[in-house]
Write a protein that binds this ligand. Structure first.
Ligand code: NAD
Length: 417
């Protein structure tokens, strides 16, 4: 990983970079750089040996001008108040850039989940859901999965909420298992929009994605699905990594076999005859497309000067520091921003919520078709804004599109005395 840029400072810088192209009141922009509220709480839960443990947890509701707060819940030792604030802010602009009727929120618990049993994680998750209960709701705030959480945790939160509220409210959370009201295509959605973003970008640049070589950093939900779907486009995924290191095969990796290997062994390292590489080596490989799909700050300004990829599609949230962004803009590297590229996750979460509210289940084909319509439409708008307003890069263009929508929604609401 690169420098430890504070992700909340990065978010504010990204908003400032775009705000100069907007005809918006300074006070409104200031409002849009700060969360409306942040819950910070201590959760005490019982370990299997009967002892008690207390951990720190957060939920940031950044902005609700365009709809209910929406955003995932992360379990990771690196979770901090500022990280959660940044992630919740990115959700505001992500929902706005793909024009789905949500605001932004995010939550997290500062824990290493691998150190706990399933029963302990269930007690911890139900404890968090109990704390969140007054804040969340189908029309209020709708959490979802993020790093180290998935269907299992979402199902526990839904069950806790419904039990305490004595109701059924599947739309209180998204990313659920199918039998608990989940949507077809949700697990793949973030990787799918990453693939669509890569495909549309190569097409726009008049380059053949089928001839592209690709490196993917992070091989979890977002990274492994993106790798497989980009592989399906005919591109050659030559390197992938996880927190234990990376693997490289110039002839291309079998992305699905690598995923099976990781599920079996817990890591990508050691797969087949692939050469072992470090994460830094992966990020600086001479490939056509780099997909950072791990965590924030993977590439700082120093590392950016060594990046060889022509196109970077951000599957992770905030993988480039603002300093890295400046270096890559200067060098002419195309960076397809997170708020657009990984928006597939929240878009299919929105479809899940729509299905829950209608008590109606869509086919996978319908989900994927609607997702493709949203992502390709958003890409056209970003590119049109980038070209017609002569903006410095695609990130600024995405923020200009998004900020305009949020500012309009706020101003249309008028002032409450
Ligand atoms: P995940 O827990 O499924 O996977 C994370 C992966 O990153 C793992 O393979 C892990 O080993 C790897 N990793 C962690 N630290 C690393 C390091 N220092 N170097 C290399 N690899 C490292 O999480 P995910 O859901 O795939 O999320 C990944 C990123 O995508 C996050 O930034 C998340 O916010 C973003 N995202 C996820 C979704 C979603 O729907 N899952 C949606 C939007 C954005």
């Amino acid at each position: 990983m690169g420098d430890e840029a504070n992700p909340y400072e990065s978010l504010k810088e990204q908003i400032d970079d775009a705000a100069v192209y907007l005809d918006a009141d300074e006070g409104v922009i200031e409002r849009l750089k700060n969360p409306e509220r942040v819950l910070e709480t201590n959760l005490t839960f019982e370990r299997d040996d009967g002892s008690l443990e207390t951990v720190r947890a957060y939920r940031s509701q950044f902005n609700g001008d365009r709809g209910p707060y929406k955003g995932g819940i992360r379990y990771h030792p690196g979770v901090t108040r500022d990280e959660v604030k940044a992630l919740s802010g990115w959700m505001v602009y992500k929902c706005a850039v793909v024009d789905i009727p949500y605001g932004g929120g995010k939550g997290g618990i500062a824990v290493e989940p691998a150190e706990y049993s399933t029963d302990e994680l269930e007690r911890l998750t139900r404890g968090f859901a109990t704390e969140l209960r007054p804040l969340i709701g189908e029309d209020r705030d709708i959490p979802a999965p993020d790093v180290n959480t998935g269907q299992r945790e979402m199902n526990w939160i839904k069950d806790t909420y419904e039990t305490l509220e004595n109701t059924t409210a599947p739309g209180v959370i998204t990313g659920k298992a199918l039998d608990s009201g989940g949507s077809e295509g949700r697990v793949e959605a973030t990787g799918r929009s990453t693939m669509l973003a890569a495909r549309e970008t190569f097409d726009w640049l008049d380059r053949d994605v089928e001839d592209a070589t690709v490196a993917v950093q992070g091989y979890g939900n977002a990274g492994s699905v993106a790798a497989a779907l980009i592989d399906d486009l005919g591109a050659s995924v030559v390197a992938v990594s996880d927190s234990g290191g990376g693997i490289y095969d110039p002839d291309g990796l079998d992305t699905r076999a690598v995923k099976d290997y990781k599920i079996e062994t817990g890591a990508v390292s050691g797969y087949g005859d692939a050469e072992s590489i470090t994460n830094e080596e992966l990020l600086t490989l001479d490939v056509d497309l780099l997909v950072p799909a791990a965590l924030e700050n993977a590439v700082d300004a120093d590392l950016a000067t060594d990046l060889e990829a022509d196109v970077v599609v951000e599957a992770a949230n905030g993988p480039l520091t603002p300093g890295a962004d400046d270096v890559l803009t200067e060098r002419g590297t195309w960076v397809v921003p997170d708020v657009f590229a990984n928006a597939g996750g929240v878009t299919v979460s929105y479809f899940e919520w729509v299905q829950n509210r209608q008590r109606f289940h869509w086919t996978e084909a319908r989900v994927n078709e609607e997702l493709e319509r949203v992502i390709t439409g958003a890409f056209e708008e970003i590119v049109e804004t980038y070209e017609s307003e002569n903006l410095p890069n695609l990130r600024t263009a995405a923020y200009v599109v998004a900020l305009r929508r949020v500012v309009d929604a706020y101003e249309q609401g008028g002032n409450w005395p």
